[in-house]
Write a protein that binds this ligand. Structure first.
Ligand SMILES: Nc1ncnc2c1ncn2[C@@H]1O[C@H](COP(=O)(O)OP(=O)(O)OP(=O)(O)O)[C@@H](O)[C@H]1O
Ligand code: NI
Length: 342
């Protein structure tokens, strides 16, 4: 088999340059007894290669559904009902089961919310590492396998000898989550999806883990998609930020632009509401209103009923995600204000 560099053919985007994933018109529906809930709505998205992209949005905005759709592992009763997901110019949604199995872990790995609970309680960490590596790389020697495991555990600042001998119950929550982050990189995948990798951990441990993830990225330069509620973390560690609302990406751009001149009112509100970005507690502004009902059909802009700038066009016409500046996309009719003479 040729080395990975030779078989990797990256894709190009007009907006973000080299990209690792390109998603077109993706819909994910949960088929529920009361009707269909569209958790991801005709979504277009490009993931910049070799960069860290933060995916933010309120609870229920669709971060987990989007992330798991990339690996075709949406939880039941969810279904990908429309769209394309390109990785190296191949549509992931068309891969055979055999190719899909190789694609997961080898090409794209995921660390999900509370991933630590997926460790097998009756096996040592070493046995679990070995099982996963050997399932994908038949000819690997024991020595090579141990070297990889040690290196990855060191990267997440865990003491390899002790950890490899341990059973999951002998480790703290933060340690287990770091083991999972090391685990995801066992097969050296070029893309890593991290869905709220620190939920359920205390704030100091969360902060420490994000620092480790950032250090890891600085060494490997792999592509990362990091979904989190914590916009301040994104400001600190990411190169790009994408904002989700009601199953849509409503704004995306490089981190500097997103925080200096966010265009979408929802992004502006998220930044104002962030506890650690706004110094004074009294300056924090909670976002009024509640998340949209995804079972309902929305005429116009999905954010219209919470938007302080809503005007007639927003009620009738859905804004499309479009280029509003260099490496900057937004789905808001305000982008046209000025051009229209308003
Ligand atoms: N298994 C499921 N069954 C029914 N509805 C679901 C299921 N999983 C997700 N949903 C719905 O899909 C929408 C998106 O949920 P999702 O978990 O992707 O959001 P999220 O942004 O990851 O939220 P959080 O920040 O709370 O993790 C929500 O309306 C949610 O209720
Ligand atoms: Ni989630």
């Amino acid at each position: 088999m040729p080395p990975k560099e030779q078989i990797t053919s990256s894709m190009k985007s007009d907006v973000f340059g080299e990209i690792s994933l390109k998603i077109e018109d993706l819909c994910v529906d949960f088929l529920l007894s009361g009707g269909d809930l569209r958790a991801v709505y005709h979504l277009d998205f490009e993931l910049p290669a070799h960069k860290m992209t933060g995916l933010v949005g309120e609870s229920g905005s669709g971060k987990t559904t989007l992330t798991s759709a990339i690996l075709r592992s949406v939880s039941t009763p969810g279904e990908i009902t429309q769209g394309k997901i390109f990785f190296e110019n191949q549509d992931v949604l068309k891969l055979s089961d055999e190719k899909l199995r190789r694609f997961r872990w080898n090409e794209i790995a995921m660390v999900f919310q509370a991933a630590q609970n997926s460790l097998n309680p009756s096996m040592t960490i070493q046995e679990q590492f070995a099982e996963t590596i050997m399932a994908h790389r038949k000819n690997i020697s024991n020595k090579e396998m141990m070297e990889i495991s040690r290196k990855l555990l060191k990267q997440v600042k865990l003491e390899p000898e002790r950890i490899l001998r341990s059973y999951p119950h002998e480790l703290s929550g933060g340690m287990k989550q770091r083991v999972m982050i090391a685990f995801a990189q066992l097969l050296d995948p070029p893309v890593l999806l991290l869905d709220e990798p620190t939920t359920a951990l205390d704030v100091i441990t969360q902060d420490y883990i994000f620092t480790l993830i950032k250090q890891m990225h600085d060494q490997t330069h792999n592509t990362m998609l990091l979904s989190t509620h914590d916009i301040a973390i994104v400001a600190r560690v990411c190169d790009y930020m994408a904002v989700m609302y009601g199953g849509r990406i409503v704004e995306m751009g490089d981190i500097f632009t997103m925080f200096e001149s966010p265009l979408h009112p929802y992004t502006q509100m998220l930044i104002k509401a962030a506890p650690s970005l706004v110094g004074e507690l009294k300056e924090r502004v909670a976002i009024p209103g509640s998340a949209p009902d995804l079972m309902k059909h929305h005429e116009g802009c999905i954010f219209a009923d919470r938007c302080p700038y809503c005007y007639d066009r927003c009620q009738s016409e859905e804004p499309k995600l479009k280029v509003v500046g260099e490496e900057h996309l937004a789905a808001c009719h305000r982008a046209d204000i000025g051009k229209e003479g308003r």
